[in-house]
Structures are given as structure tokens and as C-alpha cells.
Design a protein around this ligand. Sequence first.
Ligand SMILES: [Zn+2]
Length: 110
Amino acid sequence: MQKHGIELLPATITFCNHLIILKMKILIITALLTISTTSCAQETPKVKHVKKKTETNLKGVKVVNTEDPVCHMKTAEFLKDTAVYKGKTYGFCSAHCKSEFKKNPQKYEK
Ligand SMILES: [Zn+2]
């Protein structure tokens, strides 16, 4: 009887180990999936990253407006796009505001 008990114990441990290994595998797979999903999510805005570089470059650009004429954000901090209108460089926080300005420049002109 005692022998049985001793023999059974390692079997249970091995079984448990298998379960742990399985759980570890699932964890690793989940982690890998999360990483690949995250890297995928990071890959999508890569185009935006290029735009961000332009954004930093634009920070030195002198614009006639201190505020985005469309949304009134500070162009010094949020300058992402510029448009030249009547020889003046206007700064915008986004391409969206720039296109809004271009639709009706007279409305926003300074
Ligand atoms: Zn704006």
C-alpha cells in the first residue's frame, strides 16, 4: 500500500508538470500573440511616424498665425501642416485643418 502511495506521487507531479508546461505554453503563445498584435498596431501608424518627423521639422517654420485659424490650437506646439496663402505661411495642427482653411481661406485669413 505504501509503495503504491509513493509510486503514485511522482506520477501526479509529472502530470502537474505537464499541466504547468501546457499553461506556460499557452502563456507564451498568448504573450507572443499580444506582442505580434502590439507590433501590428504599432506598424499601422508608421505612416504617421513619418508625419511626426515632419512635425518636428515644422516646429522651426515661421507661420503668420500663432493659432490654428480653424481649431485655435497653438501652432507653435501643434504645427503639423502649413499652407501658403497670398504669400503668407499659415500653420495648422493637422492636414484636416489645412484643408478646411483651403476650402474657405477668406474666412480664416488674417
Ligand atoms: Zn487645427
